[in-house]
Write a protein that binds this ligand. Sequence first.
Ligand SMILES: [Zn+2]
Length: 512
Amino acid sequence: MTDADLVLVDGEVHTMDPARPRAHGVAFGGGRIVAVGTNAQAEKWAGKTTEVVELGGKVVVPGFIDAHAHLMESASRVGNVDLGGCAPMAAALDVLRAAVPHAGPGEWVVGDDWDESRWPEARYLTCEDLDRASPDVPIAAVRVDRHMASVNSAALGLLKIPLGTRGFDATSAGRPTGVLKEDALEAMWDVVWPSAERLARNFREVATRALSLGITTVHDVVGADEIRAYQIAKAGGALPLRATLMARDRLLPHLAAAGLSRGFGDEWLRLGAVKVFGDGSLGARTAALFQPYKDDPTESGMLIHPPRELRDILAGIHAAGFPSAVHAIGDRAIELVIETIEAVAPEAGPRHRIEHAELLHPEHVERMARNGIIASCQPNFIGQWSRPGGMYEKRLGFERTARNNPYREVLEKGVVLAFGSDGMPYGPMEGIHWAVNAPFGIQGITMDQAVAAYTVGGAFAAFDETDGGTLAVGKRGDAVILSGNAWQEPETIRETHVERTIIAGRVAWRAP
Ligand SMILES: [Zn+2]
């Protein structure tokens, strides 16, 4: 018996392991958990070099798994202009205008996270608006949902997107409005996206932020640049948390041709599901609904792939040995995805997943349970948009809002629930808060269920339940020490903060 690296004693340890749900002490050695149980059971691993932490009753949980993240993508935003807190619209334009003199020759000004639902104007930014910030330095302002951006005239001139391109918004007279979605948005990203080297350099900052929130693993949506950036970061010793990569579906032919499938890699960096878009977002009214949008009866959203095409894509992913992770928010998209998975993978087992899965009908949940399809959901969306008069109610009306994100029903019907944030914003405790304090009965779940969705659920979705997700002997040494006691005071969950984040049995982050 070698000495432990780290021993925690006198904690309120919520292991998330049904065989032993509560403990006081945990000992970590060789990157793994070597003891969970009484203080004495943990302490007996302590030696001369062991760090012993007296918790004084503080809460310990397994390291959080953010099952839907864009962490390496968010490294692209380091240095961008933050429009998140800007209201009204003029304030966002002021912030952009102030950034213009700092753009080097040939550089763009990129702003993130504008949200017209916070503005009295309640409309999207246009080319005309942005030209008032600068007529000649290219500006791209990305909406909070990342499914839309607005650009100014200088940017339109550089992008040269042909009229008629999908998602390239124009007036009836054929003048571009500056609003870019779908393919037009992709064309913008092709020009604006930073290099893999720059992403890797920026990664330390976003990873540190994730650690400060207790996130020890992300299921990260990535393209080729982000995969390369992850490898650069890892080779440079700058990968402080674990990443299961959800490669975008355009990479599938290459992955499959190389003989790669899920699980390839190691415990820090490996391949997970393949990410596919089924529809758009509610904010942009592109999520595919059966009934039209409440605030635009002419619109009911869009399917990104027609049914035959989606079937070919999912069949390809399944045949290559990957789970698919299909973005589907509206009920029409969700139903198509379920139908398609049932057709290409009739046996439960491959752990295909639906990302967001917001507007679920009861029969969708039943079919997901039967087929073993995982619900990968973002409870922070409830906090953002479920308030009375909020975005959900505007777009969907009250009835559909009250049915949206039905986590309780999902669990009751036996569907595996994996929580993530979609980076909007990151923060497991914020998400857990809204899952526990949800406004509608069909949504609200218990603290244990919510923490399990942010730990055990993500581990299961990544076929990682034997090594991660709970605090149990032999598992990876990933844990979080929290302030306060969210179990005793559920209404203050979101005020809880992380005191220390432990990865591979070492303290990787501590509160200043
Ligand atoms: Zn996403």
